[in-house]
Structure formats: structure tokens, C-alpha cells
Design a protein around this ligand. Structure first.
Ligand SMILES: [Cu+2]
Length: 139
């Protein structure tokens, strides 16, 4: 299981943020559908700190654009909605999963193939960024 922290370990002197302010587990992506330009990734992000932390943007090295999406029922139809910012309250966790929050990888530069990995970078409102390795699972 992946367990990753803010990449501040080298900035010991600043001491600005506890290293385990956020833990990311269960990171994974789905093999892309042949012919599809988009992919999807999931993870569980837990805020261990005493402050709310807001995800401001996401990017990946396999897509032209990456967004946080969620699903919403609209006129009896399930549709995807862009979530520009996602706040995680102290001691709360956000579960990205099928049918809910997901990382939408838009404009894939290459198909996502089972067994491969890519980088997902998450930027937070405290100006920190975190890059995690996402393994690609079969469909
Ligand atoms: Cu989506």
C-alpha cells in the first residue's frame, strides 16, 4: 500500500509542516479504454493535521489536463462535474472511488496500460505539492 507524505523531508530547517500532514493510500488508475482520450485515477487522501487543507490543482505526466471530478444526478442522469477546489477538514479523509470523486486524466498522451505507472501531482493551498506514483490496474 502506498503511503506518501508531503515532500518536505529535506527542508528540515523550515519545520513548516509536519511530514505526515497528509497521507495518500490506495492510489490506482484504471487501464484506459481503447480509443478513449481520457483516463481515471483514484486514491484516499487523509488530512492528519489540525488545519483544513485545500487541493487547488492536479496534473499528471500522462495527460494534457487533469481535474478532480465528482458525479451528480441531474435530470435523472448521472453526469460528471468538475470540482475546482476540494477542502479536506482536519482529521477527515476523502475517498476517490468509482461513482464519486475521481482524478480525470484528460487528453491522454498515451494509453494507460495495466502494470505501468505514472506520476500524479497534487497542489495544495499552502503552496505545497505532492507527487505520487499511480499503478495502473486492469479493467
Ligand atoms: Cu470525470
Amino acid at each position: 500500500m502506498l503511503k506518501l507524505f508531503f515532500g518536505l523531508a529535506l527542508m528540515v530547517s523550515s519545520g513548516a509542516i509536519a511530514q505526515d500532514a497528509l497521507t495518500i493510500t490506495d492510489a490506482r488508475a484504471k487501464e484506459s479504454i481503447p480509443g478513449s482520450n481520457n483516463g481515471v485515477a483514484f486514491a484516499t487522501i487523509k488530512n492528519n493535521s489540525a488545519a483544513t487543507i485545500v487541493i487547488k490543482s492536479v496534473s499528471s505526466n500522462v495527460s494534457k489536463m487533469t481535474q478532480i471530478h465528482t458525479h451528480k444526478m441531474k435530470d435523472g442522469m448521472m453526469s460528471m462535474m468538475h470540482v475546482p477546489e476540494l477542502a479536506i477538514a482536519p482529521n477527515e479523509q476523502v475517498v476517490f472511488q468509482s461513482g464519486g470523486y475521481h482524478f480525470m486524466l484528460m487528453g491522454l498522451k498515451q494509453p494507460l496500460s495495466q502494470g505501468e505507472t505514472f506520476n500524479l501531482t497534487i497542489s495544495y493551498d499552502n503552496n505545497q505539492t505532492q507527487t505520487i506514483l499511480i499503478p495502473i490496474e486492469g479493467r
